[in-house]
Design a protein around this ligand. Structure first.
Ligand SMILES: *Cc1c(COP(=O)(O)O)cnc(C)c1O
Length: 447
């Protein structure tokens, strides 16, 4: 596509103006080093800008990194049913209308019922993400009061979301207890006073603490000595609904948190829950009602697309089909043998070459959940070509392919690629290898 077909005149004008300015500065700064003609220099700069712009345009990408919850690639991919539901809701939809009675209905009421059923909680609430859920809970339940948290759980999650800063922004006083490695129930109980609003447990989602380590379980926290007005909040982060220990993953489970009696449990919609971005809160009606009435709740509510996609995702969980129908859980539970067969099947679609090999590798769950745990997997390894050049060409095919570079080779872990994507993946790899060969032979510098 030409520059003009792809961009608006206003955008091109802005790039040209900036390039002319840049060119002037270059010439003034070091005239002797400026060895292009100004027009050529300006055109090249504008083309570069256009390419950078195109690289940011949102589009489908094949994830061959083996990182399942890849933050840069949108975390959890949604199920076909959730995609269809969101698609259908994009037009007019009965988001606040009961079609049976013809009367106005509460936004998301059916979804809240499904989430309560699913988790065994009394009630539920949904906001934009789990970070928003944390802010809402702190602000609505404990503004002007103290919230007790273990020193071992004062985390910073991705995107600069640091717990102590969030407390301050919510108008809550952080009451740290224990030490980095050891916090006892007694520490929490000793810290409770007239100013205490809540106790929060925060899952250390992106790092590990091991060795001489102690902290109370959520069951113990719930049973601790405290006034009725002090809520016990469980920030679970990843929102696992299924026992993943058979797959070597030990994540806090939403059902266990509710069963233990947590007043409020919070988790993301797009980590192990396997749905769209959202912050899901489940727990006791008394506390959920308080959140619902908070003035900032309206600023955090989700749109109809999210509601529709979450409803479809919750239905899959309720039907007991999470491991087969939710891509995220399906990818986690796929056996290494299945991935190896997928690699072999990909190989048959590729132009034969001595550069290609199927090799064992390790996949990651990623996405700020399950730190350090990896899943045995298989990958297609492409060696003997400049790896950064090859991965650049993989990103520039018909459907961009994101791979890994490891030890001078490009590695494509097929745990995160679906069988339906194999034809496109094969076309992309064939084209990228041809292109990389071509450049290598003509010794033209990579773009
Ligand atoms: C990921 C995570 C969050 C933030 O969730 P988002 O949905 O990304 O906003 C908060 N707390 C914990 C413990 C997390 O793991």
């Amino acid at each position: 596509m030409t520059l003009r077909a792809r961009n608006t005149p206003a955008q091109i004008t802005a790039w040209v103006r900036a390039a002319v300015q840049g060119c002037r500065e270059q010439i003034l700064e070091s005239p002797e080093a400026f060895d292009a003609t100004p027009v050529r220099w300006i055109i090249d700069r504008v083309l570069q800008q256009s390419k950078a712009d195109l690289g940011q345009r949102l589009q489908p990408v094949i994830n061959a990194t083996g990182i399942i919850l890849h933050t840069n690639l949108g975390r959890s991919p949604m199920s076909d049913k959730a995609i269809t539901a969101a698609n259908n809701a994009a037009r007019y939809t009965n988001v606040e209308l009961n079609l049976e009675s013809g009367r106005r209905s509460k936004r998301g009421e059916r979804l809240m019922n499904l989430l309560a059923q699913l988790t065994g909680a009394e009630d539920a609430l949904v906001v934009n993400n789990c970070a928003a859920a944390t802010v809402l809970v702190l602000q609505a339940i404990a503004a002007g009061q103290e919230v007790i948290v273990s020193r071992g759980q004062l985390v910073e999650i991705g995107g600069g979301f640091r717990l102590p800063d969030v407390f301050r922004a919510a108008g809550v006083t952080l009451r740290e207890v224990g030490t980095t490695n050891r916090t006892y129930l007694q520490d929490y109980e000793n810290a409770v006073n007239d100013a205490t609003g809540a106790v929060i447990r925060v899952h250390r989602s992106n790092f590990h603490l091991s060795g001489f380590v102690t902290e109370p379980t959520i069951d113990e926290l719930v049973l601790m000595e405290r006034p009725d007005s002090v809520a016990v909040i469980d920030d679970l982060g990843s929102g696992s609904m299924v026992d993943l220990t058979p797959y070597g993953l030990d994540e806090p489970n939403v059902l266990e948190s509710i069963r233990a009696g947590a007043d409020l449990s919070l988790f993301s919609g797009d980590k192990l829950f396997g749905g769209p971005q959202a912050g899901i809160l489940v727990g006791k009606t008394r506390w959920i009602e308080k959140l619902r009435r908070s003035p900032i709740m309206r600023a955090m509510r989700v749109d109809k697309l999210t509601l529709a996609a979450l409803e479809a995702t919750a239905e899959i969980h309720l039907a007991g089909k999470a491991l087969t129908e939710l891509p995220t859980l399906r990818m986690i539970t796929t056996t290494p043998d299945t991935v190896r067969n997928r690699c072999e099947s990909l190989l048959t679609r590729l132009e034969p070459s001595s550069l290609l090999a199927v090799v064992p590798c390790e996949s990651q769950v990623g996405g700020g959940s399950i730190p350090g745990s990896s899943l045995p997997s298989y990958a297609l390894r492409i060696s003997g070509l400049p790896p950064h050049h090859l991965s650049h060409n993989l990103r520039h095919g018909q459907i961009p392919i994101q791979a890994r570079v490891s030890e001078e080779a490009v590695v494509l872990d097929l745990r995160t690629v679906s069988d339906q994507e194999l034809p496109s993946l094969a076309d992309g790899i064939n084209a990228a290898i041809r292109e990389t060969h071509h450049f290598a032979n003509t010794e033209t510098a990579p773009e």
